[in-house]
Every structure is written in structure tokens, then in C-alpha cells.
Design a binder for this molecule. Structure first.
Ligand code: HEC
Ligand code: HEC
Length: 217
């Protein structure tokens, strides 16, 4: 199954049954995704659509799409909301009563759907995306989020950004910068976010939005 394309070292850890976890991707996470069954959450999904848009494709600039996002990333965020480690407002309440397997079922359901293209981008790639800014300690966005903004399954499990709604993009960077969101492994995103200016955040948000849709990873 495609969603089960784990980083190689995690697969090793999983199958060698060692109790060492990967920073972003524990053996528990892998096991939950491996046994996930999207057909079990058909009814629950309708509730998500109320805020996240039909089929998990958002039409609200403040709310993220759920489709074509990495299953491991989605599950990780749902677990943070449930544990109260990430403040998602009404989101936290929404999933309070769901167990970990249901959260994994939801993650697998949305990860497998496509985000339709929103126009072909003619924007040139900003330097911050392709090479970062060494002088200010900013690593290239693409090194973690992938060259095409589709996200990357590695020790950080950075999410897909292509097609992300503008306001959500900017407010999530601000929440890493002011420390209200600390769900990032090793604080990697906080470090980047604190170094960006408001104008850069807006430019990056526009670039990724114009980057169009994405297929499931
Ligand atoms: C009442 C509205 C509402 C409902 C219903 C809702 N969500 Fe959300 N969700 C939000 C908001 C708002 C955010 C953004 C939170 C933030 O700003 O950090 C969010 C964020 C998320 C994220 C994080 C995405 C990311 O890119 O980090 C996931 C995953 C998620 N929701 C999954 C779900 C699922 C699955 C359901 C259905 C079981 C659901 N949501 C139902 C409002 C809602
Ligand atoms: C060293 C790795 C790394 C680099 C470099 C990086 N990011 Fe991230 N980013 C992450 C991780 C990991 C997360 C998810 C953290 C979590 O689990 O909540 C994230 C989350 C985000 C989010 C929130 C997405 C969502 O769905 O909530 C945005 C927006 C974002 N990054 C934009 C950027 C931009 C723009 C750059 C370049 C200026 C950048 N990132 C550079 C690792 C990185």
C-alpha cells in the first residue's frame, strides 16, 4: 500500500521489534497505519467535511485541506489535537472521543484522495524555497517539504504545502514563530518561522498556493 512507504530506518525499527522510536514516526504510528481501514470511517468523514469542505477540500482560507496530505502527518496532528498538545479550537473537541485506530483510519482515508490542480503555476521559485538563506540560518523549504511541495516522509515528516489556503499557511507559520504550536520535531519549523519576515511569509504562501494541486504521496 502506498501510504505505508515508511522511511527505511523506521521500517527496520518496526520489523526488528526494537523499542526505539523514530522522532516523528514511532512503531506505534506505523502499526496503526498498517492496520487502518478507511471504509470504517465513512460516517465520521461527513463531519470533517463540515469545516474542511466537501471531500476534505477546503473552500475556507483559514482551514487546511486534508486530502493528499501524508497519512503519518495527519495521524500525528490528530494525536496532538486529542492530547491537547496542539490548539485547533473546535478541532480538539471534535476528535476527543475517537480512539487511535479511528484517527489512523481517518488519516488513511484523506491521504489517499487527490487535491485537484488550481491552475498551473507561472511563479518563479523563491530563493527561500530552493536554497534557503544560510546567513540567517534558514534551511531551504524544499529540503524538508519536497521540491514540488508535496511533503516528505523522513524523520521530520514535513507536510505537503502545495495548494495550501493562504490564511492557514500564514497563521500556522506565525503559530510556530510565537511558540503556540510546538508539534514540530526538534523545533525545526519554529526555527525557520522565527527567522521569516511577514512579507516573506506572504510571498511564500502565495507561491505555494499557486503551485497547484497535489497527488497522494
Ligand atoms: C468545527 C470545524 C472543524 C471540524 C468539524 C473538523 N475540523 Fe479539522 N481543523 C479545523 C481547523 C480550524 C483547523 C486548523 C487548526 C489550526 O489553526 O491549527 C483544523 C485542522 C485539522 C488538521 C491539521 C491539518 C494540518 O495541515 O496540520 C487535521 C489533520 C484535521 N483538522 C482533521 C480533521 C478531521 C479528520 C475531522 C473530522 C473527524 C476534522 N478535522 C473536523 C476545524 C475543524
Ligand atoms: C528542517 C525541516 C523544515 C524546513 C527547512 C521547513 N519546514 Fe516547514 N515544517 C516542517 C515540519 C516537520 C512541519 C510539521 C510540524 C508538525 O509536525 O506539526 C512543518 C510545517 C510547516 C507548515 C504548516 C503546515 C500545516 O499543514 O500545518 C508550513 C506552512 C510550513 N512548514 C512552511 C515552511 C516554509 C515556507 C519553509 C521555508 C521557508 C519551511 N516550512 C521550512 C519542517 C520544515
Amino acid at each position: 500500500m502506498r501510504i505505508f512507504s515508511l522511511p527505511r530506518h523506521c521500517v527496520f525499527i518496526l520489523f526488528s521489534s526494537l523499542l526505539i522510536s523514530c522522532p516523528a514516526f514511532s512503531a506505534d504510528t506505523a502499526a496503526l497505519l498498517a492496520t487502518a481501514d478507511a471504509s470504517r470511517v465513512d460516517k465520521l468523514v461527513a463531519k470533517c467535511d463540515r469545516c474542511h469542505g466537501d471531500g476534505g477540500i477546503s473552500d475556507d482560507s483559514e482551514i487546511p485541506h486534508l486530502v493528499a496530505q501524508q497519512a503519518s502527518y495527519l495521524l500525528k496532528q490528530l494525536q496532538h489535537f486529542k492530547a491537547g498538545e496542539r490548539d485547533g479550537g473546535r478541532m480538539n473537541k471534535m476528535i476527543r472521543k475517537l480512539d487511535d485506530q479511528q484517527l489512523a483510519d481517518l488519516a488513511v482515508h484523506f491521504a489517499a484522495q487527490e487535491l485537484p490542480g488550481q491552475g498551473v503555476s507561472t511563479a518563479t521559485t523563491p530563493a527561500l524555497v530552493s536554497s534557503g538563506d544560510q546567513g540567517r540560518g534558514i534551511e531551504a523549504c524544499a529540503s524538508c517539504h519536497g521540491d514540488d511541495g508535496r511533503g516528505k516522509q523522513d524523520k521530520y515528516d514535513a507536510p505537503a504545502l502545495a495548494g495550501m489556503p493562504l490564511t492557514y499557511f500564514a497563521t500556522s507559520i506565525q503559530s510556530f514563530a510565537d511558540g503556540s504550536r510546538q508539534s514540530d520535531v526538534e523545533g525545526v519549523m519554529g526555527k525557520v518561522a522565527r527567522a521569516l519576515t511577514d512579507a516573506e511569509i506572504q510571498a511564500l504562501a502565495s507561491y505555494y498556493l499557486a503551485h497547484g494541486g497535489r497527488n497522494p504521496l
